[in-house]
Design a protein around this ligand. Sequence first.
Ligand code: 5AD
Length: 345
Amino acid sequence: MDIKNLIDNIAEKHKASADELLTILKNDSEDEYLFHKADQVRRIAYGGEVYIRGLIEFSNYCKNDCLYCGIRRDNRCAQRYRLSEEEIYSCCHTGYELGFRTFVMQSGEDPFYTDDRLCGIIKNIKKKYPDCAVTLSLGERNEESYKKLFDAGADRYLLRHETASKEHYQKLHPPEMSYENRMDCLKILKKIGYQTGAGFMVGSPYQTYENIVRDLLFISDFKPEMVGIGPFISHKDTPFKDFDNGTLRDTLAAVALTRLLLPNGLIPATTALGTISPEGRELGLKAGANVVMPNLSPTDYRKLYSLYDNKICTGDESAQCIKYLAARVSSAGYKIVTDRGDWHG
Ligand code: 5AD
């Protein structure tokens, strides 16, 4: 079967075999067609709407030592910070005024943020902004903790699976972290009732196209409401400093295939995509993504939340430049909307 036919079939059935996915990933000759189909599928579910999320990176302390990540515990060069509660609320205030109706609270795995502390913050935000969704991105916690945070009012939780191949997972993480625990966390989040986000890096060290196929099949099977996909970008103070970055093409292909498999997914055009290419995020939107997550963190802290080198953080990706971002989104053929942007299930 030729590649266009393969793409048509996946776009129609939202299902694919490992062989079909591998064929498309390995062959870029029909990329334009793939992106076009992904755009059609996203338009059936979401029209030309793009949802915005205000990202608040409130702590870069992390007890984990993921080999790819710039805020890993063993990176002594990282200057650590925590926002005060007041600073967090002030980010929400700015964000609300700018039209954000989702706040994404992201941090490293920072033991300072106990369940009680986090529940207090979530309750305060939800009380002040009842029309807003709170998304958490705090890494692995236990079931009881996830439940408490949900009961405090959190709506969504982002926890990328990073890779759906156990052997590959072990190459990206230290021995004390486990693939099973990561997958268990995702199942628990979904069971509790969070809109749940999985996701993976494209082009991470040792990754093969076969690994990406497994990521896509995992997404197709688990059906998370959200999927974050970005290129791996090396960070100079990590063990992976000498590895190549993921490519724009492979990341866009992974985004597009994810859209075909998960027509209603909330899929961001990630900051990492915008970092490897100046047009990365627009191209992401045109390849099936429907969410952007501008940075709401106080400007001085943004560069310290450094997961990878050269992160864009002072230009129009910042929440403050939402007007400029809106213009870029609109010239790509889409429209930013001001609402919670929930999943169209
Ligand atoms: N390059 C790209 N993405 C990264 N992340 C962490 N480190 C890097 C890197 N070097 C991603 C991980 C994590 C998310 C918050 O950021 O996928 O889940």
